[in-house]
Design a protein around this ligand. Sequence first.
Ligand code: GTP
Ligand code: MG
Length: 212
Amino acid sequence: MSKTIDRSKKETPPALEADFVTSAAASHQFPSPIGFEVAVLGRSNCGKSSLLNRWLGRRGLAKVGGTPGRTRLINFFKVTWAPNEAPMYVVDLPGYGYAAAPKDMVDSWRQLVGDYLTADRGPRLALLLMDIRRGAQAAEKNLANWFNNSGLDFKVVATKCDKMSMGLVNKTLIAIGKDLGVGSAMPFSSLSSLGREGLIKAVKLTRDSFIS
Ligand SMILES: Nc1nc2c(ncn2[C@@H]2O[C@H](COP(=O)(O)OP(=O)(O)OP(=O)(O)O)[C@@H](O)[C@H]2O)c(=O)[nH]1
Ligand SMILES: [Mg+2]
């Protein structure tokens, strides 16, 4: 007899509303803050847009794939999870580390993302993503240091966990956490939904910590 897995009881439904608001190429184009904000950042192609779509349960909201490193804009999405819940911005930052990126592009990334991260935008959580197969490299270590020094809340998320055995995933999560000086990285797979519930919970806890 074949086994059917009933996930319906455990899975959080998609966000009630998730709408693209605007793209910004410079800080004067950032929309005014509306409250809590979650920023997704990581190396080009590490799965930022895919995570965003899977986390919110909105396939196609953020553009996936395409030419790595082509997205140079910051994309703002307005998200309301449930009725009577205040909306928040979810912010898809352009990826760094694209191998073929010319120097002026690297500089413009630094400028734009730096302007966003240092802007006075109220309570925020940054999600620092990396492909679990690549782990934490110099760029991720620099970013984690920067977050620790600036006091901006951040969580480390290892993406594409479906590409590894679960045994190795668990070991790698601990290793990444150690490399970056955090407890352990959080797992995610935009294919299998692994880690979605954990991410929903972690974001909610952080958000609630600012409200109380
Ligand atoms: N197997 C697997 N593939 C994934 C996963 N997440 C993303 N991908 C694939 O990785 C590629 C890049 O995904 P994106 O979500 O566009 O990555 P990104 O970080 O937004 O890329 P940029 O915006 O270019 O920086 C796509 O081909 C995705 O289908 C995952 O969890 N598992
Ligand atoms: Mg993207």
